[in-house]
Design a protein around this ligand. Structure first.
Ligand SMILES: Nc1ncnc2c1ncn2[C@@H]1O[C@H](COP(=O)(O)OP(=O)(O)OP(=O)(O)O)[C@@H](O)[C@H]1O
Ligand code: NI
Length: 356
């Protein structure tokens, strides 16, 4: 990981929804960092809390029923959980941009797209209307809208789904944000367009130098865009590490199962057996234990495991990385995997040396 201070630092964030059915603990004590210029992918099955986590950063979740029940969201040093709505509005328009799955909601149907982008430009910087319009054309061109000069006065409905999502990206970039939060921005699009949009985001990141949080449940997309990965399950972070390490050596049984569901990489294409726990009454111990083939008595009681070091800069919330466990039991296939930094616990094997 880089030595620079993180741009975003989420610490023990807890977000709940107070509903008639009970308290839904959608995000239950998660921590992760995003470094400047880095792309962090948040992955996990549907309902694992990815969207709630991301929308809580700038408090976009509906409150009530939502409530930030604890923790910190430090952005460039300030704790956003303490920020006023006015401060948050200015941060959302200026420094943290969100892109959602459905581009429709981000665009106002009654205004031409260029006018909407120009308005976003003017919110961010003190420029003339004419200069803002020129910038809008430039941004439309940058995101790959052909003949941007002729399309600037078109209305959202005149664009196809993929082109509309590009317009939304142009709008998000209008403020030259430090952090772009993209929540499944391509799942509604066909595969070719998805991959064009992903390439576009990568190019734009090189050019604009922003950090990106990318939410997806598609591990193929993760492999394509991520620097680092945060794997979520039932409101918890199960594993985090570089995209290389997580794909090469998935360390949590949950991540392993997710990867085995991925066509072409895993052996089986079966979905993970069982279903997500009821978040109003999650299981004791590890949240994943009812679905985990390796669960022991320790996994079934007490609190959810802490994130433990599986290798250097690679952590997993699994008791097998604690004292008294043989980690090869969850690696499978007799792989002689070990923790690179392990200082000679009795369950460790000879290090085969990290190839990186
Ligand atoms: N407004 C709400 N009221 C009650 N529960 C909610 C609300 N919004 C989200 N939740 C619950 O929070 C949990 C996490 O939802 P979230 O949308 O973050 O999942 P996700 O990981 O983004 O899933 P997906 O991949 O389907 O987008 C779910 O159990 C969901 O039902
Ligand atoms: Ni979601």
């Amino acid at each position: 990981m880089s030595d620079t201070a993180p741009l975003l630092s989420v610490r023990d964030l807890r977000v709940q929804f107070n509903t008639d059915e009970g308290v839904v603990r959608a995000v239950d004590g998660i921590s992760f960092d995003v470094a400047p210029g880095e792309t962090v992918c948040v992955v996990g099955e549907s309902g694992s809390g990815k969207t709630v986590a991301c929308e809580s950063i700038t408090k976009l979740i509906p409150m009530p029923p939502g409530e930030i029940a604890g923790g910190e969201v430090r952005f460039d040093g300030d704790d956003l959980t303490d920020a006023s709505e006015k401060q948050l509005q200015s941060i959302r328009g200026d420094r943290i941009a969100h892109i959602f799955q459905d581009p429709q909601g981000a665009l106002n149907p009654v205004y031409p797209v260029g006018a909407q982008i120009a308005e976003a430009v003017r919110l961010h910087s003190d420029v003339s209307k004419a200069a803002a319009r020129d910038r809008a054309i430039d941004l439309l061109d940058r995101v790959g809208i052909p003949e941007a000069t002729n399309r600037v006065d078109d209305y959202p409905h005149e664009f196809s789904g993929g082109m509309k999502q590009r317009v939304v990206i142009a709008m998000a970039l209008a403020a030259d944000p430090d952090l772009l939060i993209a929540d499944e921005p391509t799942t509604a699009l066909d595969v070719t367009i998805q991959s064009q949009i992903l390439n576009l985001l990568r190019d734009l990141q090189d050019e604009f130098g922003m950090s990106i949080i990318f939410v997806t449940h598609n591990l193929g997309v993760v492999a394509e865009v991520a620097d680092r990965v945060v794997v979520m399950y039932a409101g918890k972070v199960m594993e985090t590490g570089s995209v290389h390490d997580v794909f090469e050596r998935p360390s949590h049984p949950y991540t392993k199962s997710l990867l085995e569901c991925l066509p072409g990489i895993g052996r089986s294409m079966e979905p993970i057996g069982g279903s997500l726990p009821d978040l109003t009454a999650p299981p004791e111990g590890c949240r994943f234990h009812p679905r985990c083939p390796h669960a022991t008595a320790d996994c079934r009681s007490g609190s959810h495991p802490e994130l433990l070091e599986a290798a250097s800069d690679h952590r997993a919330a699994c008791v097998y990385y604690g004292p008294g466990y043989d980690v090869s039991a969850i690696r499978g296939d007799g792989e002689a995997e070990t923790r690179a930094t392990d200082g000679g616990r009795d369950d460790s094997h000879d290090s085969h040396g990290d190839s990186r």
